[in-house]
Design a protein around this ligand. Structure first.
Ligand code: PMV
Length: 363
């Protein structure tokens, strides 16, 4: 599939106004995306668990305007007008206008809220951009009856990618692949697809407890980090490694080998941060407590034999991953030994989710 296939034929219907609401989850990568070409085309394929509780709920109300020479929209977060979000959305609209030619025909009110606190260090760009892309696709569906659900999902993922790369993995569940991989049929650099092969019982309902080590603003944004992969001395090897790790993970997902799973995802997380530390300029997003937690996890795993592992995103927070059947023991360990290292003892118990959901449709 190429970009051109997402440019719609002239719309068959007219709609004056309406309102659509979607909720869309966050996701956590197991094999990481770090490094991109133009327009969020990834340098390597990645795969993620879709989350269940960490999500954004977005309502878009739209009404036809007299002129169609400029974008017109307002953004609200938790009911408050957010003018500082506007430049990012304006850029997003410019990038996707060719694929959604109705964007200048309407005024949009975009009301959004997150189930996780804004200052939690959990990025809302994946859930936020995917929720907005899905709302826009619901509007396109009203303008063209022929649009199928499968096409809506694919195009929503394609559009979300243009807003924020990893957002394209937040449309469906429970595991999503984004980026062309030779052994994964249907995989594409343009959008995420539901992982199409067998997943062992061990990974059903896999748990992700997010330990909020540092709720502050990141010192280095993801886009700056991605760009630093351009002249990175280890970039080519890293991109090859991601391809290989995804191949290995496919075998692990089928066999249910939890020890191999943990080794792979922890190596991916530390490699991501190693890329940051070996960029020029270099930077460190982990905090002392991130390392304390990692060491505690390793210690506990060795002593107890429970299948507890971790991954990290581009920040200091730790995602503790474990199979559902070991939840009691691992939550007890988190409560007894890890809460001391997290801000205000704040953590979020989440798990694998099934993807975005439309909440209301009201023409
Ligand atoms: O989608 P972005 O540009 O915020 O990049 C996300 C990068 C990581 O979260 C570090 C890895 C990933 O694959 O999600």
């Amino acid at each position: 599939m190429t970009e051109a296939q997402f440019i719609p034929k002239p719309y068959t219907k007219t709609v004056e106004s309406g309102k659509v609401t979607w909720e869309s989850p966050s996701n956590i990568a197991l094999v990481k995306y770090w490094g991109k070409k133009k327009d969020q085309i990834p340098e390597n394929p990645s795969i993620s668990f879709t989350l269940s509780h960490c999500k954004t709920i977005t309502t878009v109300s739209f009404s036809k305007k007299e002129t169609n020479n400029a974008f017109s929209f307002e953004v609200f977060l938790d009911g408050e007008n957010k003018d500082d979000f506007k430049p990012k959305i304006e850029t997003f609209f410019k990038r996707i206008e060719v694929y959604l030619p109705f964007l200048k025909d309407y005024h949009f009110n975009i009301e959004t809220t997150n189930t996780f606190p804004h200052s939690s260090g959990i990025a809302s760009s994946a859930s936020g951009m995917s929720a907005l892309a899905l709302c826009l696709m619901s509007i396109e569906k009203q303008l063209n009856d022929a649009v199928t659900e499968a096409y809506c999902n694919k195009k929503a993922s394609f559009l979300a990618r243009l807003g924020s790369g990893s957002a394209c993995r937040s449309i469906e569940g429970d595991l999503v692949v984004w980026g062309k991989h030779g052994n994964i049929e249907g995989s594409s650099d343009l959008f995420g697809i539901k992982y199409p092969y067998t997943i062992h019982e061990n990974f059903k309902n896999y748990q992700d407890t997010i330990l909020l080590v540092d709720k502050g603003e990141k010192q280095v944004s993801s886009s700056v980090g991605h760009n630093l992969m351009y002249y990175h001395p280890f970039a080519e090897e890293r991109f090859k490694q991601a391809h290989n790790n995804l191949s290995k993970l496919m075998t692990i997902l089928e066999s249910g080998d939890l020890n191999a799973f943990i080794a792979l995802i922890e190596s991916e997380a530390l490699t991501l941060h190693a890329m940051m530390m070996t960029s020029m300029p270099y930077f460190i997003l982990m905090k002392p407590n991130t390392l304390e937690i990692i060491n505690k996890i390793w210690d506990f795993r060795k002593k107890s034999g429970w299948h507890i592992g971790f991954t990290l995103d581009a920040g200091a927070n730790v995602h503790v991953l474990y199979p559902e059947k070991e939840s009691n023991q691992i939550l007890e360990f988190i409560n007894n030994e890890l809460v001391a290292y997290i801000e205000n003892a704040h953590y979020i118990v989440d798990k694998i989710g099934l993807g975005a959901k439309q909440l209301t449709i009201d023409n």
